[in-house]
Design a protein around this ligand. Structure first.
Ligand SMILES: [Zn+2]
Length: 143
């Protein structure tokens, strides 16, 4: 038992305790298990320390793991971002508000123009001969 060591699979990260003479391949990956540390050291570690030691060794033995891990993390955050109520919905709400603001602005502008137009009409009437159209109508009637 004093030679018991910890071996891990470089493919999937499973680990096993065994004697150096009895090291088997990973039953899932069929890869040769790699020595991690002596069991006497391993047993004193917390779960987090064990995971960290395993990850450090796996990354050191296969640098592509860190980029695969980061890809996985990013794909998780992308699917979170696509979930409703996150930025996409916020963007729609913002666009909708902008649209409403534009409609309100257009209404106000049209009303302003109509008011100005009325004022302009009244202003023009001062300079036009009074009841011009009515006179014309009456003259037509005389004929
Ligand atoms: Zn494996």
């Amino acid at each position: 038992m004093k030679d018991l060591s910890v071996y891990y699979c470089p493919g999937c990260g499973r680990y096993t305790f065994s004697q150096p003479s009895e090291v088997a391949d990973c039953s899932i990956c069929n890869l040769s298990m790699v020595l991690l540390t002596r069991y006497s050291d391993f047993r004193t570690l917390t779960k987090e320390e064990r995971d960290r030691l395993l990850l450090q060794n796996m990354i050191a033995g296969n640098p592509s793991i860190s980029s695969r891990f980061l890809d996985y993390m990013r794909s998780c955050s992308v699917s979170k971002a696509n979930a409703p109520q996150d930025p996409y919905l916020h963007k729609l709400e913002t666009e909708n508000k902008e649209l409403n603001d534009t409609v309100q602005w257009m209404h106000k502008t049209i009303w302003d123009l109509l008011h100005k137009n009325k004022a302009l009409e009244h202003e023009l009437e001062k300079y036009l001969p009074p009841h011009h159209s009515q006179e014309h109508f009456e003259s037509d009637r005389i004929i």
